[in-house]
Every structure is written in structure tokens, then in C-alpha cells.
Design a protein around this ligand. Structure first.
Ligand code: ZN
Length: 279
């Protein structure tokens, strides 16, 4: 499989995905610091996502008629149930993103199952259905994780980095129906623009990137993916992309990408279903 033949004559596919981590990532980071529980300012960096940024992002998605995928840790759904309900009510896909944004690679099989079930139960209670989409927090998973996800009925994951097309995940030497839709660091707003003084994010405290350059990076990645007929999966974080200044980057991408009639702008679930049927 080299060239994908996208449906309806589309030349490429584009997914807008948002990891609604909220304060979970900062909480996990603080835990490793002396007196970490006292550092509440960094938590508020994350809280900006559900508290303020989601509304701005939902407005933009509606303006351009785009259905997106939001990956949400169970703990964020417990803390901000109304926000997660609003995302689902607007027709967007809500995917599983761990419970407290755990690194699956550090967890036993039993612990991973507990995390998977706990968040699925929260989604079922809150939204009336379990997630079919999964993104591993921080992207890392243990050798057993794909099998667990497959066994627990997930349709696809968007966690890995090693391709720019969807593929069937190989489990125990067999290509399965569990689809991976990879994303990339260069499509991640966190890498481009996230910043905090203490704890240092990024470690070494580089400056915040120039917004014009970030927008240009993202557009170049899109243009390349489109030229080669691939699937681009932007990985944004409301707490990063949803500020009053940065939302213009999202606006620029949405405006340009949705104006191309030969791009399939859709959710991961639609890409996964189509891929499973055709490849
Ligand atoms: Zn995350």
C-alpha cells in the first residue's frame, strides 16, 4: 500500500484533534517536585483549556463547519462535565485519553485495564456511550497496550508517529482491525508554543515560538500531506492553541483547509471506518 485512494475523489484527509488535558498534565508534573502540591499556578495554565479555550475553539469549528476529535482524560471529564457534554452535543467525537493522563508504558496490564474501564464508565454515564477513539497520554504505550485496546472494543488510536497514513495495528504478528492514525510532533502546538516558568516547560525554557512561524510550519505540513495524498492529524491542546492570539492560527488553518474542495476534513472515526473497509 503506497498511494491511498481517498473516497469521493478527495486527494488527502485532514483531522483536527484537541487533547483536553486540563490540569492533569501539570498535576502529574508537580508531583515530582518538592512541595509540588503548593504550585497551583501551573495547574491554572491547564485549567485555561476547559475554562476558556474550548468555547473559542467550538465557535471556530462551527464557523467552518468542521467536526473534530477531542481526546479527554476521565479526570478532566469528572472535573468539567458540562464542558465535555457541550463538546459532544456540538457533534464532535470524544476520545479516551487515560484517566489522569497516565503514561501507559509505566503501568502494569492490570493497571492499564483499570484506567481504560474507569474512563469508559465516566463517558458512559456522562455522554451515554463509551469511546471508540484512543490517544495514549504522551504517546507512549507498553507492548501489551494495543492488544488491550483492541480487546476493549476501540476502533482506532492516534498515538504513534511512524507514518503519515492510517495503518492496521499488528498484534501478535497479525494485522488487525484496530487502526492507527499517526500524528507527529511537528503537528503539535504544545511542542511549538507551550511554556511555563516553574516547573520549566519546556525543560531549559526556550522562548515561545513566533506565531507567524508556527502557522507557517503547520501550513507547510498540510500542503506536503495534501501533495502526497496523505492524512494529516493536527494535535492541538485547548490550553495552548485557544488563547486570543493563537486562535488566529487555528482560524487560518481552518479557513485555508476547508476552502479546498479536495480535502476530506473529518474525524478519526470516519477515517478508521473507511480505511478498515478499503485496505
Ligand atoms: Zn494529553
Amino acid at each position: 500500500m503506497n498511494e491511498l485512494k481517498w473516497p469521493n475523489g478527495y486527494k488527502s484527509a485532514a483531522m483536527f484533534t484537541f487533547d483536553l488535558d486540563g490540569d492533569t498534565t501539570w498535576e502529574n508534573g508537580n508531583r515530582g517536585m518538592p512541595n509540588g502540591e503548593k504550585y497551583i499556578k501551573s495547574l491554572s495554565v491547564g485549567q485555561y483549556g476547559p475554562k476558556r479555550a474550548v468555547d473559542m475553539i467550538l465557535d471556530k469549528l462551527e464557523e467552518y463547519g468542521v467536526t473534530a476529535t477531542f481526546f479527554v482524560p476521565g479526570l478532566t471529564a469528572e472535573r468539567y462535565p458540562e464542558v465535555v457534554k457541550k463538546i459532544a452535543a456540538a457533534g464532535h467525537e470524544v476520545g479516551h485519553h487515560g484517566y489522569a493522563h497516565e503514561r501507559f508504558v509505566t503501568k502494569t496490564v492490570e493497571e492499564q485495564i483499570e484506567i481504560i474501564d474507569k474512563t469508559q464508565d465516566i463517558f458512559e454515564k456522562l455522554l451515554g456511550k463509551r469511546a471508540t477513539a484512543f490517544r495514549t497520554p504522551s504517546g507512549d504505550w507498553s507492548p501489551e497496550t494495543p492488544r488491550l485496546l483492541c480487546d476493549h472494543g476501540f476502533s482506532y488510536s492516534s498515538s504513534m508517529r511512524g507514518d503519515d497514513r492510517p495503518y492496521r495495528t499488528v498484534i501478535d504478528g497479525r494485522a488487525t482491525d484496530f487502526i492507527e492514525i499517526p500524528t507527529k510532533w511537528e503537528l503539535d502546538d504544545y511542542v511549538e508554543m507551550a511554556y511555563n516558568m516553574y516547573p520549566a516547560e519546556p525543560a531549559g525554557q526556550d522562548r515561545i515560538s513566533c506565531y507567524r512561524n508556527v502557522q507557517d510550519n503547520f501550513m507547510r505540513e498540510f500542503e506536503g500531506c495534501h501533495r502526497f495524498g496523505l492524512c494529516i492529524s493536527f494535535m492541538f491542546h485547548p490550553q495552548v492553541i485557544g488563547s486570543p492570539g493563537r486562535i488566529r492560527i487555528l482560524d487560518h488553518l481552518l479557513k485555508n483547509i476547508t476552502s479546498r474542495e479536495d480535502v476530506w476534513v473529518t474525524t478519526g472515526e470516519h477515517v478508521a471506518q473507511w480505511f478498515r473497509k478499503n485496505y
